[in-house]
Design a protein around this ligand. Structure first.
Ligand SMILES: Nc1nc2c(ncn2[C@@H]2O[C@H](COP(=O)(O)OP(=O)(O)OP(=O)(O)O)[C@@H](O)[C@H]2O)c(=O)[nH]1
Ligand SMILES: [Mg+2]
Length: 214
C-alpha cells in the first residue's frame, strides 16, 4: 500500500533523533522578505499547514521547549517565516498558516508570494513537512500548497496532527482520504507520520526521520 504510516524508529534511529534534538534550540528570527533569510548554510526543514493545524505546537514538541514557537488559539498568529535553530546544524522553519478566514486579501497575497519565493528558492531546504489535521484530512486550500511544492520540486512529507482528538474509525477514513490526495502529487514522500503534540505520539518517529535527513 502506498503512503503507509512510518514505523516507529528502531533503537539506533531513535537514538539519532534523540541526540539531534537534545541540543539547544533557539528562536533565530522572523522573516518577512527573502532578503531577511539567514544564510543557507545548514540543513533546513519547514513546517507548512493550515492555520491552527498545530505547526508551532509540533515544533515545541520536537524541541521539547514549551514556549519556543508560539502556539495559540488565534488563527493566523504566525505570519512571518520563523526560523529556529536546533543545535548548530539544523534550521526548523515555521511557515505562516494559510487558509484562515477573514484575512485581508493584500496580506494573503503578500505572504503567498513570499511562500512561493521561499519554497522555490531555498537550496538548503531538504524537506517540507505538511501538517494535516487528523480529523479533517486534505482540504482544497491544502491542495494549493501541495501543488506549489510539486512545482517547486520540494519533497514533502505529510504529518497528521492532533491524533489524540480522533477516534480510530474516523482516523482510518481520514487516512484513506489523505492517501488518495497524496497519490496525485509527485513530490509527496511515500510515508506519513501520525502525531499528537499533546500526548507525544509520533514525536520520536519524526525526530528520527529528521535526523535521517542530516
Ligand atoms: N489536542 C491537541 N491540540 C493541539 C495539538 N497540537 C496543537 N493543538 C492545539 O491547536 C491550536 C493551534 O495550535 P498551533 O500550534 O498554534 O497551530 P499553528 O498551526 O501554529 O497555527 P498558526 O500559527 O495560526 O498557523 C492550539 O490551541 C494548540 O494547543 C495536538 O496534538 N492535540
Ligand atoms: Mg503557529
Amino acid at each position: 500500500m502506498p503512503f503507509p504510516l512510518a514505523d516507529p524508529p528502531d533503537t539506533a534511529e531513535a537514538e539519532r533523533g534523540r541526540k539531534l534534538f537534545a541540543g539547544q534550540s533557539e528562536f533565530l528570527k522572523g522573516v518577512v522578505a527573502m532578503s531577511g533569510l539567514p544564510p543557507a548554510d545548514r540543513l533546513e526543514i519547514c513546517f507548512a499547514g493550515r492555520s491552527n493545524v498545530g505547526k508551532s505546537s509540533l515544533i515545541n514538541a520536537l524541541t521539547g521547549t514549551r514556549g519556543l514557537a508560539r502556539a495559540s488559539n488565534t488563527p493566523g498568529r504566525t505570519q512571518e517565516i520563523n526560523f529556529f535553530t536546533q543545535g548548530p546544524d539544523l534550521y526548523l522553519v515555521d511557515l505562516p498558516g494559510y487558509g484562515f478566514a477573514n484575512a485581508p486579501l493584500p496580506v494573503v497575497e503578500k505572504w503567498q508570494r513570499l511562500l512561493k519565493q521561499y519554497l522555490s528558492g531555498r537550496p538548503s531546504l531538504r524537506r517540507a513537512f505538511v501538517l494535516i489535521d487528523a480529523r479533517h484530512g486534505v482540504k482544497p486550500v491544502d491542495e494549493e500548497i501541495l501543488s506549489l511544492l510539486d512545482r517547486s520540486a520540494v519533497t514533502f512529507q505529510c504529518v497528521l496532527t492532533k491524533a489524540d482528538k480522533v477516534k480510530e474509525k474516523e482516523r482510518d477514513r481520514v487516512l484513506a482520504q489523505v492517501r488518495a490526495a497524496l497519490a496525485r502529487h509527485p513530490a509527496a514522500y511515500p510515508e506519513m507520520v501520525l502525531t499528537s503534540s499533546e500526548k507525544g505520539d509520533g514525536i520520536a518517529t519524526l525526530r528520527s526521520i529528521i535526523a535521517g535527513l542530516a
